[in-house]
Design a protein. Structure first.
Lengths: 291, 301
C-alpha cells in the first residue's frame, strides 16, 4: 500500500516537475470507442515534437522581447518629444509685441531641436508595419509636437501649418534608405484639437496685454478650425477621443468670443496702452505716454 | 455672424473716429488698407506673409460682400482629410462585414467541436468542424484582399479582427490536438488559414492568445467528461500536454496585458486537470500497472 502511494506520488511529481519521459503503457480497456487506434504512435510523435515546441516558443520569446523593447524605446522617445514640445509651447506663450522676434526665434530653435534629437529617434524604430502597430506608444508625443509646431506657425504667420508642410519638415530626419516618419492624419487632427486650447490661453493673455486685434485674429482662426473639424471628426477611427476634445474646443472658442465681446462692449472702459506700436491700434503714431 | 462682427468692428472704428483727435480720422483708411503698407512702417507687424494679407484684408475690409473668411488652403486641406477619412471609413465597413462572416463560421465550428464533450467519436466531430476551415480560409483571403488596398495598414485595422482571429486559432489548435496530441505551431496555423507573413499574416500575439483561450480552457471540461465516459487514460495525456504548454509559455517574458491574463488562467486549467488525473490515479482507474486500490481514504471528488 505504501509502495503504490509512493509510486503514485513519484509519478505525479515526475510529470509535474520534469519533461515526462515516454513510458510504455498498456492499451486501455477495449470498451472505449472514443479513442483513436494509433495512440502509441501518437505518443511517439509527441516525444519528437516536444523539443520543437521549446524551439518554437523560444522564437516567440525572442519576438516578444524585441517587440516590447522597441515599444519601450518608442515610449521613451515619445515622452521626450512631449516634454520638449511643451517647452516650446510655453516659450511661444511668452510672446508679446515687444519681444516677438526673440521669442519666435528661440521657439524655432527649440522646435528644430525636438525634431533633430527626439523625433529622430522615432524614425528608426517606426519602420514598416510598426508605424501603425506601435501607434499607441508614440501618439501622445506626436500630438504634442503637432500642437507646438502649429502654435508656433500661427504666431509667426497667422496660418495653419498643414500636414504636408509638417511632414516635409520631417523628411530630412531620415536618410534615403529609411522610410521617412510621416505624421498621420489622425495624430495631426488630435494635435490640432489641443492647439485650440493653447490659442485660447494666448488670446486671453493678449487681451490682458492690450493686443485686442491679435486676440480677434485668434478668435477667427479657432472658429475656422472648429468649423472644419466638425465635418471631419465623426469620420475618424475611434472618434470618441476626438469628440470629447471637440466639446472642450467649443468651450475654448466661446471663451475667446466672450472675451473679445467684453472688450468691445466695454470698450469705453477699456483703455489700450497708449503709444502702442500695434499697427491696428487707432493710437498708432501717438507719442508714448508713461503709465 | 461674421458680417455682423465686421459691421460692429467698423462701427467701433467710426465711433473712435468721432473723437476730435485729428490723427485718428486719417488713420481709419490706413487701417483698412493695412495689408498693403510696407512692413517697415510698423514696429512689430504681427503678420508678414502674403497669404495672411489676404486673410486680413478679407476680414478687415469694411462693408464688403460676404467673402469667405476661411483661407482657401485651410478648406482644401480639410476637404482632403474628409475624403481620406471617408475612404478609410468605408474600408473599415467592408472589413467588418467580412469579420462578421468569419464570426459566424467560427461559431459553427465551435458548435460542432463542443460535441467532443458528449463523447462523440473524435473523427466524426473533426469531420464536421473541418468543413468550416475552408470557409474560413476563403474569408481570410477576402479580408487580405480588402486590406491589401491600403498597404502597410494591417495594424491600423487589426483591432477589428483580432478577437475573431484569436478564437479561430484556438479552435484550430484544439482540433489539431484532438487529432495529433500536439500543439499547433504558428506557421502551421498560418498555413491552415491560407495566410502568409509578408502580405497578411497571423500576428504572433494573436496566435499565442489563441493557443490558450479556447483550447486550454476546454481541457478541464474535456477531461472530466472523458473520464465520466470511461476513458481513464485521457487525463494523463491531457496533463502531459498542458504541462508542456504551460512550461513553454513560461519561457516568454510577458507584459501585464491580455496575453498575460490568459496565461494566468492556464494554471487553473492545469491544476484542474491534475486533480482529475489524481482522482483517476488514486482509484487505480488509470492503466498504470498498479493494483486496483479500494482504500477507505478516498480523495475529494
Amino acid at each position: 500500500m505504501l509502495n503504490s502511494s509512493a509510486a503514485l506520488f513519484r509519478r505525479i511529481s515526475v510529470s509535474w516537475l520534469m519533461a515526462p519521459k515516454f513510458k510504455p503503457r498498456r492499451l486501455p480497456p477495449a470498451a472505449d470507442p472514443a479513442l483513436p487506434l494509433q495512440r502509441s504512435t501518437k505518443l511517439a510523435r509527441t516525444m519528437s515534437t516536444h523539443s520543437s515546441i521549446k524551439d518554437a516558443f523560444s522564437t516567440y520569446a525572442d519576438y516578444l522581447n524585441a517587440l516590447n523593447e522597441k515599444r519601450e524605446r518608442v515610449v521613451k522617445a515619445s515622452r521626450d518629444v512631449t516634454m520638449n514640445s511643451k517647452k516650446v509651447i510655453f516659450q511661444v506663450h511668452r510672446i508679446s509685441k515687444n519681444n516677438r522676434e526673440e521669442v519666435l526665434e528661440k521657439a524655432d530653435k527649440d522646435l528644430a531641436a525636438v525634431r533633430d534629437l527626439h523625433i529622430f529617434r522615432l524614425v528608426k524604430e517606426l519602420q514598416g508595419t510598426d508605424f501603425w502597430k506601435l501607434r499607441r506608444a508614440y501618439s501622445p508625443g506626436v500630438q504634442e509636437y503637432v500642437e507646438a509646431a502649429t502654435f508656433f506657425k500661427f504666431c509667426q504667420t497667422g496660418n495653419l501649418l498643414n500636414l504636408d508642410e509638417i511632414n516635409a519638415s520631417l523628411l530630412p530626419l531620415s536618410d534615403p534608405s529609411l522610410e521617412p516618419l510621416q505624421i498621420n492624419l489622425l495624430d495631426y487632427l488630435l494635435g490640432l484639437a489641443d492647439l485650440t486650447g493653447e490659442l485660447m490661453r494666448l488670446a486671453i493673455g493678449r487681451i490682458s496685454d492690450g493686443e485686442v486685434e491679435f486676440a480677434e485674429r485668434i478668435c477667427r482662426f479657432v472658429r475656422d478650425i472648429y468649423r472644419e473639424l466638425t465635418l471631419v471628426v465623426p469620420l475618424m477611427d475611434d472618434s470618441s477621443d476626438m469628440e470629447t476634445k471637440m466639446v472642450t474646443m467649443l468651450q475654448s472658442v466661446v471663451k475667446i468670443e466672450n472675451a473679445c465681446f467684453s472688450v468691445r462692449v466695454r470698450g469705453s472702459e477699456y483703455i489700450p496702452l497708449l503709444g502702442t506700436g500695434d499697427p491696428s491700434s487707432f493710437l498708432l503714431g501717438v507719442s508714448e505716454v508713461e503709465l | 455672424m461674421k458680417a455682423a462682427f465686421r459691421n460692429a468692428y467698423c462701427f467701433t472704428l467710426s465711433r473712435y473716429s468721432i473723437n476730435p483727435n485729428p490723427t485718428i480720422l486719417h488713420l481709419v483708411p490706413a487701417i483698412s488698407t493695412f495689408p498693403s503698407l510696407p512692413s517697415s512702417v510698423f514696429k512689430n507687424p504681427p503678420f508678414r506673409s502674403p497669404v495672411t494679407a489676404t486673410l486680413c484684408s478679407t476680414s478687415m475690409a469694411s462693408g464688403d460682400s460676404d467673402a469667405p473668411q476661411t483661407s482657401p488652403s485651410l478648406e482644401k486641406q480639410f476637404e482632403k482629410f474628409r475624403v481620406q477619412l471617408e475612404d478609410s471609413g468605408s474600408l473599415r465597413e467592408r472589413i467588418r462585414a467580412v469579420v462578421l462572416e468569419i464570426e459566424s463560421a467560427t461559431r459553427l465550428m465551435q458548435a460542432s467541436l463542443l460535441l467532443v464533450h458528449q463523447s462523440k467519436p473524435i473523427p466524426e466531430v473533426l469531420e464536421k468542424a473541418k468543413t468550416q476551415i475552408n470557409v474560413l480560409k476563403d474569408l481570410f483571403n477576402k479580408l487580405a484582399e480588402v486590406v491589401r488596398e491600403c498597404p502597410g495598414q494591417y495594424y491600423r485595422y487589426h483591432g477589428d479582427w483580432r478577437t475573431e482571429t484569436q478564437m479561430v486559432v484556438s479552435l484550430l489548435a484544439f482540433m489539431h490536438w484532438l487529432e495529433t496530441g500536439t500543439l499547433l505551431m504558428h506557421t502551421e496555423a498560418e498555413e491552415k488559414l491560407g495566410l502568409n507573413d509578408s502580405d497578411f499574416g497571423l500576428d504572433v500575439e494573436d496566435y499565442l492568445v489563441g493557443s490558450i483561450c479556447f483550447m486550454s480552457n476546454e481541457m478541464p471540461r474535456y477531461v472530466v467528461n472523458q473520464v465520466t465516459a470511461g476513458d481513464y487514460d485521457c487525463p494523463r495525456k491531457v496533463l502531459k500536454f498542458l504541462t508542456d504548454l504551460h512550461a513553454a509559455f513560461r519561457m516568454l517574458n510577458l507584459r501585464n496585458d491580455f496575453l498575460r491574463k490568459k496565461f494566468d488562467t492556464m494554471k487553473y486549467d492545469l491544476r484542474r486537470v491534475e486533480e482529475v488525473y489524481y482522482d483517476v490515479k488514486i482509484r487505480g482507474l488509470a492503466t498504470s500497472g498498479d493494483s486496483v486500490e479500494d482504500q477507505g481514504t478516498q480523495g475529494q471528488p
